[in-house]
Design a binder for this molecule. Sequence first.
Ligand code: PRT
Ligand code: ZN
Length: 283
Amino acid sequence: MKNLKIAIQKSGRLNEKSVLLLKNCGLDFENYKSSLITTVANFSLEILFLRDDDIPGYVEQGIADLGIVGENVIEETRSQVQYLQRLGFGRCTLKIALPKDSPVDRLEDLNGKSIATSYPNILQNFLNEYKIKADIQEISGSVEIAPGLGLSDAICDIVSTGGTLKSNGLKPFVDVASSEAILIAREGIEENPIICELLQRIQSVLRAKETKYVVLNVEKKNLDQITELLHGVKSPTVVPLAEEGWVAVHTVISEDDFWEKINKLKSAGAQGIVVMPIEKIIM
Ligand code: PRT
Ligand code: ZN
């Protein structure tokens, strides 16, 4: 059978986490910085290393079967691809930002103003939705310096920590879109058994990342209260301890409400709580 191809970013913000995700799925490959393509030794897959902007187009045209790329790039290129899985990294927000002393106060104040961006399509959709007529200045990089140069009244750019806006005398004004890395596939290929297998592995890695393995000791008289607080993969495993009247409880806790749950367990009498990372959860 012909190998499938997955396109990931060659270098940049998504490269390292894309490579790590695939390696955590048990795929054995060399991450050659210099080559465009590498073969996975133990899975029917080749990896293409590309500029992120090219990935949705390659997948749409079927040059690659799968891709890992930011939602912002997929939406901007308006590519017809399937969203297979949100991957939880590369999170950022596309925002309109203004110079600190800008008179713009409400969204309508953007009428007649110019906005510099590398995301003209997403921005145009947003402005259409709110019936705002602004002048979009498309520039390919360093968007944040446009207002200072007198090129525009505002910018629309990716923000993650907000540090870049701040150091350029800009303030966030409104969120246009949020984004994270997405596993995409070309239309009609989702049923392929190799893709199903890879997707299952990816989902088990993602599930494991969202959870922690917890072992704690508790006196038997407090066990009911503890098990009530825990709803793990199934019910918790309870093992007797050498000390009479005590048990060890093994369970899985989600990352979301982790500290809240740990504090409740402590209040309910849990002691010697050990927390461990989980590599994979196979359902
Ligand atoms: O070379 P190639 O074309 O492949 O990469 P690139 O330079 O176009 O993209 P890259 O590597 O910078 O980003 C890849 C993807 O990461 C983006 O498409 C987003 O989906 C996602 N991402 C997450 C970000 C950021 N966070 C981010 N902070 N992409 C860009 N930024 C930039 C932003 O443009 C701005 O200049 O970081 C600056 C703002 O960051 P803060 O932290 O100061 O707010
Ligand atoms: Zn790019």
